[in-house]
Design a protein around this ligand. Structure first.
Ligand SMILES: [Cu+2]
Length: 129
């Protein structure tokens, strides 16, 4: 009877140790995976959701000198995007673009497709810092 308790305790101990080990494994691999992702997949994402007649945010902020992937989603109406000075122009056939902006500052995001009565004021800002 005593032997049985000892072996149960041993099994419990092994289980506890292996559970502990399993818990630590993903944690240890996390920084490595994150480091690898920094090269490319971790590009900043800026999603511009366009409706009549505005983008979903008045300002979008990104970091200079790092890849930024811009994407356009036409949720309502048909719009296109141009960010002057940042070499970005998006439309329905060309919905994403990744660029690196080296100069901090404020850039104008405009709709570059005549889309209706609110077209002229369909503007947002890109802040690069
Ligand atoms: Cu427009």
């Amino acid at each position: 009877m005593k032997k049985w308790i000892v072996s149960m305790a041993a099994v419990g101990l092994i289980f506890a140790l292996s559970a502990c080990g399993a818990k630590e494994a993903p944690k240890a691999s996390e920084p490595a995976a994150g480091g690898a992702a920094n090269g490319n997949a971790a590009a900043q994402q800026v999603k511009l959701v366009a409706t009549n007649f505005e983008f979903d945010q008045k300002e979008y902020t990104v970091k200079k000198g790092e890849d930024v992937t811009f994407s356009l989603e036409n949720k309502q109406g048909m719009h296109a995007v141009q960010i002057s000075g940042a070499n970005v122009s998006l439309d329905n056939n060309n919905k994403t673009k990744t660029v690196k902006i080296d100069k901090a500052g404020t850039y104008d995001i405009i709709c570059s497709l005549p889309c209706g009565q609110g077209h002229a004021t369909m503007k947002s800002k890109l802040i690069v810092e």
